[in-house]
Design a protein around this ligand. Structure first.
Ligand SMILES: Nc1ncnc2c1ncn2[C@@H]1O[C@H](COP(=O)(O)OP(=O)(O)OP(=O)(O)O)[C@@H](O)[C@H]1O
Ligand SMILES: [Mg+2]
Length: 806
């Protein structure tokens, strides 16, 4: 057949034409198709009657039923009908073999009713060059790759195709298999220059391969995901089947149902309930063993765990409250009174604004235990949140649920712990809270404490409003000034100063000793402490405003006795005397008496300070060395304290002549004022007179009495101004064994706070200017100094401020 085509390549051929709707037939390919249109059937009949050749050309628009000449592409393929089969419906199924591409020169309608065309063949033999052969090989290999990606084509097609060496034939065969559009195929058919056609086919192949490659990648991924989901589904079903087989009900349904019931019973506010049901709906459709289901379940459990409705029945009986406070704590009369007043008012006014108690005082004075006692007295639950070191807002308010392993904040966690919505909520150590880059926890706390806002507290994790307005918040702190001011404003401050020895004794005998005996599994009959034993412990083994260490030492003794009881060598009953205490506790750490009996020294003054841990004795030393008037201050002194040292110095300079000090001393000497225990930061103006006394003593050479302690602010003109913390300071001096105290006159009213027994045992000098201080503190009259060292002979004090003994 090829022969025939070649032979008549230049001659015009006339053939019946069959227009094709949506296929392009290429030379050298076998194509089956069905013919049904009347004109086409007539053309086929005509061909079958002759040499079985037809001209096949694709119409431009597949939808046109009776295409005219202009609607059919002018380039098509001459084909031989290899087989034909008449179908029952009158159609004919053909299998044709393409012979050669040809162009229509003329087109006529045959009288019988089909189209007859006059054609010119287009295929020309191509000259074979090495480049072309190489191109053929390349395209062949490309086709092979394409076949790998496209499993739809039979293997034999590939084998027979890659064997083709004729470039035109190869291009046509591949073009017939490419899944490109009819337009593209037609364009390939019309490309008569063989190398061009081969290049076009190569390009189309590459594009197809790329498409298939991407497709495959995506479908692989999709497949993997599908497989995973299927696996999970399969396993879940299997678990269900196993459980059913074991006779259990479907646990999943159970779980969801259980949640639903709990949500219904939780008496949540509407929005919380809605949120819970929403979450439950999500949980229902999640695979039960997935990570997100766990997150969802946790969240629901939290929502259900916080107390929404449950309340303790509050005990209204103030008499009872009073009895309980009395039972739990010794002394603290004023404080108990304030607490009872507070409780009474709270009963009368349902929601009191800014009604948060804050206990401020040194460690171990019973702040935490008072709060616990209030809970007992009012019948509420008690929870305690330690804010020491809390520096992250999220600790108060929680992390958003988007965080893996997120939790509600401490407020909500504590509410869960309380189990009721009206507990006593102790915010311990509000003064130790810190702020850093993660946000300021005090801002969150403000919201918690603000009665205007706390009925709708929003925890990041819960994400629904929670009502804190029934909670009674109580705060504790050792010092006031590190509490953020906004927070301080919201609180009603109650100060607890610390205990005297008598009070400590009573607390120990009535509370600490019985408590420790019980805790150590001993019997009250087995052991008793004599008063002098307690005094011994308090004075020589502890130095504190509170009773924490006292309690610890008592515990330590109980432990030792418990050991003897177990070993069977404890005498019964065991009476603890001061001597036994020393035996059991070892060498005492403090020597109160000896310290107070310090000999007078030049430049060393005893001050009184107020610190977080209560009152303190603060020794102040001054020395000088040749120099040029530089003043050095050491011992971690704050700014205010430095200023008051400068004021003290200026005062001395203005009075230099009167005191018999060389007025040009500051040109000859450098001064150094040091306040020992340098590790503890100190601040405040109350050391003013102490420093002035130390400097005056140094420069005059008159020693300072060792048994006098002082506190007061100094002005440039030598006036003495009042200071704070008198009670704590006096108690500290008393503990230290110093019985004579110099105080600013304006602090006289503070003496009323000091327990009678101590007040009676001490001498207070109330002063209003520095001259009086020096008269009282220096161990001799001021006189011209004899440099380099003054003699330290102690002289009689000249009490000119007048001793005040209350
Ligand atoms: N007036 C008192 N009567 C009876 N016991 C007391 C009294 N004061 C303190 N205590 C007891 O002393 C111990 C320490 O008290 P608590 O823990 O309440 O001190 P705190 O003031 O909270 O100290 P911190 O500032 O260190 O937290 C407790 O066992 C407490 O019961
Ligand atoms: Mg405490």
């Amino acid at each position: 057949m090829q022969d025939r085509t070649r032979r008549s390549a230049d001659a015009d051929i006339t053939l019946p034409m069959v227009p094709l709707r949506d296929i392009v037939v290429f030379p050298n390919t076998m194509v089956p198709f069905v013919v049904g249109r009347r004109a086409s059937l007539l053309a086929v009949e005509c061909a079958l009657a002759g040499d079985k050749q037809v001209f096949l050309s694709t119409q431009r628009n597949a939808k046109v039923d009776n295409p005219g000449a202009e609607e059919i592409n002018s380039v098509g393929t001459i084909a031989t009908i290899a087989q034909h089969l008449r179908l029952p419906n009158g159609n004919v199924k053909l299998l044709v073999h393409g012979n050669a591409r040809a162009r229509v020169l003329e087109i006529d309608e045959d009288p019988e009713g089909f189209l007859r065309v006059v054609l010119k063949e287009l295929d020309r033999p191509t000259e074979s060059t090495p480049e072309l052969q190489e191109h053929v090989t390349r395209v062949g290999q490309l086709f092979e790759r394409y076949m790998k990606y496209s499993p739809g084509l039979p293997y034999e097609t590939m084998l027979s195709t890659v064997k083709i060496t004729d470039p035109g034939r190869l291009a046509d065969t591949i073009a017939a298999h490419l899944p490109v559009s009819i337009e593209e195929k037609q364009a390939l058919l019309e490309t008569t220059v063989v190398p061009h056609r081969l290049s076009e086919v190569e390009r189309a192949l590459e594009a197809e391969i790329e498409k298939l490659r991407v497709d495959k990648k995506i479908s692989n991924r999709v497949k993997k995901q599908m497989e995973k989901a299927q696996k999970e589904y399969y396993l879940n079903e299997k678990i269900k089947a196993i459980q059913q087989e074991l006779g259990r009900k479907d646990e999943r349904v159970n779980e969801i149902e259980e949640f639903r019931q709990k949500i219904e019973q939780a008496k949540m506010p509407d929005d919380a309930k809605e949120k819970a049901l929403q979450e439950l709906k999500r949980l229902e459709v999640m695979p039960p063993v997935s990570a997100e289901a766990t997150v969802s379940r946790n969240y629901l459990e939290w929502l259900l765990a916080v107390p929404w409705a449950k309340k303790s029945r509050e005990l209204a009986d103030i008499k009872r409250a009073e009895r309980i406070l009395e039972e739990d704590h010794h002394g603290l009369e004023k404080i108990k009174e304030r607490i009872l007043e507070f409780l009474a008012v709270r009963r009368l006014v349902r929601k009191m604004k800014g009604s948060i108690l804050c206990f401020v005082g040194p460690p171990g004075v019973g702040k935490t235990s008072l709060a616990r006692s209030i809970a007992r007295a009012t019948g509420r639950e008690f929870v305690r949140l330690s804010l020491g070191g809390v520096r992250d807002e999220a600790e108060i308010r929680g992390h958003r649920r988007t965080y893996i392993g997120a939790f509600p904040g401490q407020i909500i966690q504590m509410m869960k712990k309380a189990g009721t919505r009206n507990p006593i909520f102790l915010l311990d150590e509000v003064d130790k809270m810190a702020a850093d880059f993660r946000g300021d926890p005090s801002a969150a706390l403000l919201e918690v404490l603000d009665p205007e806002q706390n009925h709708a507290f929003l925890d990041h994790y819960l994400d629904v409003e929670y009502d804190l307005s029934d909670v009674m918040f109580i705060a504790t702190a050792n010092i006031m000034h590190t509490i953020p001011p906004a927070l301080r404003d919201r609180m009603e401050v109650i100060r607890i100063a610390g205990y005297t020895l008598q009070e400590k004794l009573a607390i120990a005998q009535r509370y600490l000793v019985p408590k420790q005996i019980k805790q150590h599994g001993l019997q009250n009959e087995q052991i008793s402490f004599e008063d002098e034993a307690i005094v011994e412990i308090a004075e020589r083994y502890t130095r504190e405003a509170g009773v924490r260490n006292l309690e610890r030492e008592i515990a330590s003794i109980c432990r030792k006795i418990a050991r003897r009881v177990v070993a069977g060598n404890a005498e019964k009953p065991m009476v603890l005397t001061a001597v036994r205490v020393v035996e059991l506790l070892g060498v005492p750490q403090y020597h109160p008496q000896r310290e107070a009996e310090r000999t007078p020294e030049v430049g060393v003054a005893t001050g009184l300070a107020w610190t977080e841990t209560g009152g303190e004795i603060l020794t102040t030393e001054a020395t000088r060395m040749p120099g040029r008037g530089k003043v050095t201050l050491t011992g971690q002194l704050g700014e205010v304290m430095q200023e008051s040292a400068q004021a003290a110095l200026s005062y001395i300079r203005t009075r230099a002549e009167e005191f018999g000090i060389d007025p040009s001393f500051y040109r000859k000497y450098d001064l150094h004022v040091h306040v020992p225990e340098g590790a503890i930061p100190k601040d405040g103006p109350s050391a003013g007179i102490t420093m002035a006394t130390a400097i005056a003593s140094l420069l005059t050479g008159v020693p300072i009495r060792g048994d006098v302690a002082m506190t007061g602010e100094i002005t440039l003109r030598g006036k003495v101004l009042p200071i704070g913390g008198v009670k704590e300071k006096v108690l500290a001096a008393y503990r230290f064994g110093t019985k004579t105290i110099i105080l600013p006159r304006e602090n006289e009213r503070d003496l009323a706070e000091i327990p009678d027994d101590i007040r009676k045992a001490m001498t207070f000098h109330l002063v209003h200017d520095m001259d009086q201080v020096l008269d009282l503190a220096l161990a001799g009259p001021i006189r011209t100094p004899q440099l380099p060292a003054a003699d330290t002979g102690a002289g009689d004090p000249r009490p000119s401020g007048g001793p005040v003994t209350h």
